[in-house]
Design a protein around this ligand. Structure first.
Ligand SMILES: C[S@@+](CC[C@H](N)C(=O)[O-])C[C@H]1O[C@@H](n2cnc3c(N)ncnc32)[C@H](O)[C@@H]1O
Length: 283
């Protein structure tokens, strides 16, 4: 048995001792995945009572990820770093990217700091992926120097060529007090010209009623009980993470308005989705 397999079994044993819901597993539950525990499901259903469409918001984020990956692949950028990749489930980046490019020239490094997500990602990759082109590592978005050194060490990517950096449905787990601006700027500086940045996050912009405004505030409070407290942001507060990179059409929008297809939830009323998304390119 390899060291990776030993490590993965040890990490999975952690599942028996989880004492708080995790954002990765709660999201997995909401989007129909199978890697979640009773504590996550109970928490998720409590959230759903207060924010009835939370499952649809999560599926909206996942759908945006798929469309963004197809868009980047179609544009010829074939290297992906997916930070906060989560638990593998339908629509993983390497599967979407490979489906978009039958020449199978896409390369993906998955990154998450949740040990159970890492273990499951490695198992999925062992079963379905090409070890020359796909890899999963454990690293923290908030420690960019260390994270990037690990990405480099995989030798999966040519970091002198354009990369798609994905931070999808993750930044709402980073509070402003923890300097996400400086962190995301660090990654923007590292990447070569022609690289793309795919970002989405949940928003508290323009609630329809006082009750919804309060429900979104409660959502933030509920997540204080998880391993991933965070904060919602308006479009203005979120736009800054793209820095001076140029937003691809249609810009930073409610995610369902970003190149919707027939499957896109909320496509007729994007602002009902409570999810913002955009893709920007480094000049
Ligand atoms: C809501 S899930 C999103 C999963 C996937 N990106 C998607 O869009 O379908 C958020 C993920 O971000 C991860 N995450 C949160 N904070 C992180 C950090 N500081 N470093 C790395 N991953 C993080 C969580 O463990 C979780 O897997």
């Amino acid at each position: 048995m390899s060291n990776d397999e030993d490590e993965d079994r040890a990490l999975l044993a952690l599942a028996d001792s989880v004492d708080r819901p995790s954002a990765a597993r709660v999201y997995d539950y909401f989007i129909g995945g199978e890697t979640n525990y009773a504590i996550d499901r109970a928490f998720a259903e409590q959230v759903r009572e207060r924010v009835p469409l939370i499952g649809e918001y999560c599926r909206t984020s996942r759908q945006f990820l798929g469309r963004a990956v197809r868009h980047c692949s179609a544009g010829g950028v074939t290297q992906f770093v997916d930070i906060g990749s989560g638990l593998p489930t339908a629509g993983n980046v390497h599967e979407v990217a490979d489906a978009a490019r039958p020449q199978l020239d896409t390369r993906v490094v998955y990154v998450d700091n949740e040990p159970i997500a890492l273990a499951h990602s490695r198992m999925l990759l062992a079963d379905t992926a090409d070890p020359e082109r796909h890899h999963a590592i454990a690293a923290d978005l908030m420690e960019p120097g260390e994270l990037w050194a690990q990405v480099r060490d995989t030798e999966i990517l040519d970091l002198s060529r354009p990369v798609v950096l994905i931070v999808n449905a993750v930044l709402h787990f980073i509070k402003d007090q923890d300097d996400p601006d400086g962190i995301i700027e660090f990654y923007r500086e590292l990447l070569p010209s022609g690289s793309l940045l795919v970002l989405s996050q949940m928003t508290n912009e323009n609630p329809e009623s006082e009750d919804e405004r309060q429900a979104l505030a409660d959502l933030q409070d509920y997540y204080e009980r998880t391993t991933n407290p965070g904060q919602l942001r308006t479009t203005g507060e979120f736009a800054r993470f793209f820095g001076d990179w140029v937003l691809e059409e249609p810009g930073l929008v409610y995610a369902p308005a970003w190149h919707p297809d027939d499957e896109t939830l909320f496509r007729t009323e994007p602002s009902q989705s409570r999810v913002l998304g955009g893709v920007a390119r480094k000049s």
